[in-house]
Design a protein around this ligand. Structure first.
Ligand code: DU
Ligand code: SF4
Length: 226
């Protein structure tokens, strides 16, 4: 299997009843007024970017009117404005913005995925939904492993999901479990004996960027270490 096949498979997943209901509800009757005339994706968000990445960026979950609308990771919401601008400044993204399919955005050396692939109500997946969707993260990480050098976890949930994924894949994870923080770093060793760095950044959610908990300089400082 390659990433194209993986993306096709994940985008038709219906494993979590609550999330299937929510993603489809938003995509039909529940559109944001300003997007009312647009078709919504209404499905799980597949990974986006370089099929042979050195860097895997792991987000939390699609936004109801962002990825759930556009079908592309971090695309069409304010979190996306932050991460794509930073990826562009760091040389990974062709464009500083990600608007929709056909906008010319491409990532080189990086691929973006999420711990949970369907938009959750109140942006909060349950522990069971996180565990269930971990199966897709496992496949993404396993496919990326041959070229992978670093994983950037955006937020504590992505950090924990990545550690759990590494353990399921039989990778060596330090004990006690490394703690998430902005700028946190640890080294995982893949089942092929390859050292892979895990870096943490505060998530690019508005909650962090509006309040100044996460600044562009803080994000750039972590990305420069990738
Ligand atoms: O059509 P394609 O070149 O296989 O690309 C599919 C999809 O992935 C497209 O929206 C661009 C993106 N992509 C990328 O961002 N970076 C790559 O190196 C290859 C594809
Ligand atoms: Fe499938 Fe993940 Fe969506 Fe659950 S959250 S339905 S596992 S893609």
């Amino acid at each position: 299997p390659d990433v194209e096949e993986l993306d096709a498979r994940v985008s038709v997943c219906r494993a979590c009843p609550r999330l299937v209901r929510w993603r489809e509800e938003v995509a039909t009757g529940g559109k944001r007024a300003s997007f009312a005339d647009q078709p919504y994706w209404g499905r799980p968000g597949p990974g986006f970017g370089d099929p042979h990445p050195q860097v895997l960026v792991v987000g939390l979950a699609p936004a109801a009117n962002g990825t759930n609308r556009t079908g592309r990771m971090f695309t069409g919401d304010r979190s996306g404005d932050w991460i794509y601008a930073a990826l562009h400044r760091a040389g990974f993204a062709a464009e500083p913005h990600s608007v929709a399919s056909g906008d010319g955005q491409r990532l080189s050396g990086a691929r973006i995925v999420a711990a949970v692939r369907c938009a959750p109500p109140a942006n909060r997946p349950t522990p069971l939904e996180r565990d269930t969707c971990g199966a897709w993260l496992d496949r993404d990480v396993a496919l990326a492993e041959p070229t992978l050098r670093s994983v950037l976890a955006l937020g504590a949930i992505a950090w924990t999901a990545t550690l759990q994924c590494a353990r399921r894949l039989g990778w060596a994870v330090p004990r006690p479990a490394p703690r998430f923080g902005h700028g946190a770093e640890t080294t995982l060793v893949s089942s092929n004996g390859k050292a892979i760095r895990l870096l943490g950044s505060y998530h690019v959610s508005q909650q962090n960027t509006f309040t100044g908990k996460l600044t562009e300089a803080m994000l750039d400082a972590v990305l420069s270490r990738l």
